[in-house]
Design a protein around this ligand. Structure first.
Ligand SMILES: Cc1cc2nc3c(=O)[nH]c(=O)nc-3n(C[C@H](O)[C@H](O)[C@H](O)COP(=O)(O)OP(=O)(O)OC[C@H]3O[C@@H](n4cnc5c(N)ncnc54)[C@H](O)[C@@H]3O)c2cc1C
Length: 358
């Protein structure tokens, strides 16, 4: 079979790897470089953890995905652990959810948090659940490795700097008039997906813009940061979170309050008020944090499906699938999503029911 992937983000690249491994011919088309630094997938780190409190199916799927990442390529996954501050009433539920998927966890109380992480300040009286097996994928390096793997594969072709204008049946129309004909097509165009989708479906998708700061930690604190788990929730106002510096990556700061719904993609420069806001949101948790720490501020985009607030994969034609909304957490699920998409595109039996992710 010949399969065309529209988009060169983590979903299309991993699905392409699956398809060529199964003996199919694949063409990956992206409007930019492959990988494209503007893609939602492109960042220094992406967090991979099992816990999705209150969603047993997503927790089970995330645990399965977490088990797959170490095999994705040498050194691409770094086990840091993940420390999530929760209200006391939620700690037993979180531990039970993790135990239910075989993931080791521990609760750290206020005294232990203060003793182990003196370079951080958690809210007064706060406790956290530590998910030991969680970690970070070095996202930009992973994308480059997957693209290289495809470039070296005789059944794969990469077409960077080619914009897709439309997908009609299994014909992929490129800007400039060229048409790629295929037996199956995947549209995994991230935040840019809407113009390529049926209008009714596109209207159900919501565009989000999120600001992040990449920071250099003071050299004196580097050893402490090196043994700090990544922190998906600091328990502070605005849902502040951080990704710890590992393998030469910077400390990354963001917050749920730094994610907003927008109508258009409008560049990646972080507006000054959002940069300031992120520093203010993290100041209570990181003593000494200042503008001097900031190496780079950068905004990225993703779509969610309005009815669920999450990702969405749908058929949009005979043998045409769209990973129409990637949601705020598709990266971690990508190995599972790619297995499922490859099986559906090629007509192979679906390997596993994918409950909890689209
Ligand atoms: C700030 C931020 C933090 C996140 N943190 C996490 C995290 O910690 N853990 C996690 O699991 N997930 C996280 N996510 C979500 C995750 O990164 C995304 O869900 C995932 O990377 C989306 O991958 P994708 O392949 O679907 O899309 P993308 O990576 O956006 O790729 C789409 C590609 O399609 C190309 N394209 C688009 N339109 C066209 C066209 N017309 N023609 C040709 N090419 C086209 C684009 O150039 C792009 O390269 C985060 C997202 C953001 C924005």
């Amino acid at each position: 079979m010949r399969i065309v992937m529209v988009g060169g983000g983590v979903i299309a690249l991993l699905t392409a790897v699956q398809c060529v491994s199964a003996g199919h011919e694949v063409t990956v088309v992206d409007q930019g470089d492959i990988p494209n630094p503007a893609a939602g997938s492109f960042d220094r780190q992406r967090v991979v953890r099992a816990l999705h409190l209150g969603d047993a199916a997503a927790t089970a799927a995330a645990a399965r995905a977490l088990a797959l990442w170490p095999g994705a390529g040498a050194g691409l996954f770094r086990r840091t652990g993940a420390l999530t501050v929760l209200p006391d009433a939620d700690l037993p539920r979180a531990q039970a959810a993790l135990a239910g998927v075989g993931a080791a966890s521990a609760v750290l109380g206020p005294a232990e948090l203060a003793a182990r992480f003196a370079h951080l300040r958690f809210p007064e009286g706060a406790s956290a659940v530590l998910e030991a097996g969680a970690g970070i994928v070095l996202a930009d390096r992973a994308l480059a490795a997957f693209a290289d793997r495809l470039r070296a594969h005789p059944f794969a072709e990469l077409l960077p700097h080619r914009r897709v204008d439309a997908v009609r049946g299994t014909a992929v129309h490129l800007a400039g008039g060229e048409v790629l004909r295929a037996d199956a097509v995947l549209v995994a165009a991230g935040a840019w997906s809407r113009p390529l989708l049926p209008p009714k479906l596109a209207a159900e998708l919501v565009l989000h813009r999120q600001s992040q700061l990449h920071c250099r930690v003071p050299p004196a604190d580097a050893p402490a940061w090196a043994s700090t788990p990544t922190v998906p929730s600091l328990g502070t106002v605005g849902g502040a979170w951080l990704v710890v510096p590992v393998a030469g990556t910077p400390l990354k700061l963001s917050a749920s309050a730094a994610c907003r719904v927008v109508s258009t993609l409008d560049g990646q420069e972080t507006p000054e008020p959002w940069r300031r806001r992120l520093l203010d949101l993290h100041a209570p948790a990181i003593p000494g944090l200042s503008e001097d720490w900031v190496l780079e501020a950068r905004d990225s985009y993703y779509l969610t499906h309005a009815p669920t607030g999450g990702p969405l994969t749908v058929p949009i034609g005979e043998r045409v699938l769209a990973h129409a909304a990637c949601g705020g957490s598709s990266f971690k699920f990508a190995p599972l999503i790619a297995q499922s998409l490859a099986a559906r595109l090629t007509g192979a039996a679906r390997p596993t029911a994918l409950r909890g992710v689209s």
